[in-house]
Design a protein around this ligand. Structure first.
Ligand code: NAD
Length: 313
């Protein structure tokens, strides 16, 4: 893998997390944002996050907090930020116009050896990268929130993305301890969200049909399916639940098919069911913001412990 800087474009939630992940892998990181204040806030926030991680022994990588912090610097000028860039990770808001605009600016400032990765959650590579001079260097590298604790990165090429771009990005992600997967062609929602939406959609229908409460459907996942899924995917789970996947299909295929035909239509995610789920998920406490913050911190702590456990297995 070539050496060079990592440039993060957009220093919000995901940009900060990427910066920390790359620094934990020993890379020099330049943080750029259209709002200069965001960069200063990001640097302060990254220090705070790293110090907290250190305290709870959850800091990633072999370098100390100070060593990692030294690798990250802010930059207020796009051209300067991009000098010597090995990989650019774009993290601006999920808006096609904003993405297209920043990509066309970057396109004029980079050479052939820089890779341009986008963190987009659901915009297609075609819609974002069409017409760029460096389209062969462009790729979606979609992280999962929070990327510091959840390592998956979906790599989605534009039809004109070079194989070398996919391979270089794949190896870079491996090197920083993430888990990349190569998605072979564009598909709406990529793969993680397609799977997630299938689950959300059936959870919605079960609640709507009065089969189960919102809280209990979440328990089915966290205490049931999710226990396996932290280690095995649905396909290997099936493989192990019989004598191989084909045997699973022979034994259970007909039953699965029967159940699947009872699935209802695609929900529109409005109305009474949304109200019911929302009400069930809030605790009976006055401060909603505080509830979310506390619960997110708890989630991050659980995920970091799980990541440690998975490392040991
Ligand atoms: P955010 O709103 O927290 O941060 C966006 C940052 O981009 C802000 O600091 C903003 O000032 C900056 N920005 C806006 N226009 C810019 C420009 N032209 N040049 C440079 N900086 C600019 O957003 P986020 O949640 O970090 O999301 C960033 C991207 O990551 C989105 O595409 C999102 O879909 C994707 N993503 C988000 C999550 C998530 O859970 N938040 C998960 C995976 C992927």
């Amino acid at each position: 893998l070539q050496e060079g800087n990592i440039v993060i474009i957009g220093s919000g939630l995901i940009g900060r997390s990427w910066a920390m992940v790359f620094a934990s892998g020993g890379f020099k990181v330049k943080l750029y944002d259209i709002v200069q204040e965001q960069v200063s806030t990001a640097l302060v926030d990254i220090r705070r996050q790293m110090e907290e991680l250190q305290k709870s022994e959850m800091l990633r990588g072999k370098l100390s907090v100070e060593e990692q912090l030294k690798l990250i610097s802010g930059c207020s000028d796009l051209k300067t930020a991009l000098e010597g860039a090995l990989h650019i990770q774009e993290c601006v808001p999920e808006n096609l116009d904003i993405k297209q605009k920043i990509f066309s600016e970057i396109d004029l400032l980079i050479g052939d050896s820089t890779i341009l990765g986008s963190s987009t959650s659901c915009l297609s590579p075609t819609s974002m990268f069409n017409g760029l001079k460096h389209v062969k260097n462009c790729i979606v590298a979609h992280p999962v929130n929070p990327p510091y604790f959840v390592p998956l990165v979906e790599l989605v090429p534009h039809p004109q993305t070079e194989l070398a771009t996919v391979d270089r990005t794949y190896h870079l992600m491996k090197r920083i301890g993430q888990s990349p997967v190569k998605i072979m062609k564009e598909t709406d929602g990529f793969v993680l969200n397609r799977l997630q939406y299938a689950v959300i959609s059936e959870a919605w229908r079960l609640v709507q049909d009065g089969v189960i409460s919102p809280r209990d459907v979440d328990i089915v996942m966290s205490e049931g399916l999710g226990m396996r899924y932290a280690f095995l995917g649905p396909l290997e789970t099936a493989h192990l639940n019989a004598d191989g996947f084909k045997s699973y299909c022979e034994r259970y295929g007909e039953g699965i098919n029967r159940v699947l035909t009872t699935f209802g239509s695609v929900p529109d995610f409005t109305g009474k069911t949304a109200e019911k789920i929302d009400t069930a998920l809030w605790e009976d406490l006055p401060n909603k913001d505080e509830q979310l913050i506390t619960r997110r911190e708890w989630r991050n702590s659980c995920l970091s412990h799980l990541a440690k456990l998975k490392e040991k297995m």
